[in-house]
Design a protein around this ligand. Structure first.
Ligand code: FES
Ligand code: FES
Length: 152
């Protein structure tokens, strides 16, 4: 049994401590907003926040989340920065197929939390681990810049 705090709720989860967090989220808790892409920390589709930091849930054991605040895409709109990022995503019509986008939003929110007005180079660096097979990178950068302006 693992004790988790997911999106502000304390949960007891019946899972092997070594099980990837992504499996617990999707298969045990039914929270399918976080996506499975590569399973090897290469694509960023599975990005969630642990104590505000972006982590790849496909390679993070559930035991690593114990005692930490886990935030997923389902609750990112409750965060001031996450809400601004989501609004900018809609405004710039970022998503194409959408598969990578929850991970992109999580990484973008973490970036703006650590750096309010990132340079293009800092955006590129922070988002480099989030792959988009549809090639929405230009719209992602525009939305991040816009969200930064809206947040002020
Ligand atoms: S599914 Fe986790 S990084 Fe690709
Ligand atoms: S929008 Fe299709 S993979 Fe990114």
């Amino acid at each position: 049994m693992s004790k988790l705090q997911v999106n502000g709720k304390d949960l007891d989860v019946d899972a092997d401590p070594a099980m990837p967090l992504l499996w617990v989220l999707r298969d045990t808790l039914g929270m399918t907003g976080t996506k499975f892409g590569c399973g090897q920390a290469l694509c960023g589709a599975c990005t969630v926040h642990l104590d505000g930091a972006p982590v790849r849930s496909c390679v993070t054991p559930v035991s690593a989340a114990a005692g930490k605040k886990l935030i997923t895409i389902e609750a990112i709109g409750e965060d001031r920065i996450g809400k601004a990022v989501q609004a900018a995503w809609v405004k710039h019509d970022v998503a194409q197929c959408g598969y990578c986008q929850s991970g992109q939003v999580m990484s973008a929110t973490a970036l703006l939390r650590s750096k309010r007005f990132p340079t293009d180079a800092e955006i590129n660096q922070a988002m480099a681990g989030n792959i988009c097979r549809c090639g929405t990178y230009m719209r992602i950068r525009a939305a991040i810049r816009d969200a930064a302006v809206q947040l002020g």
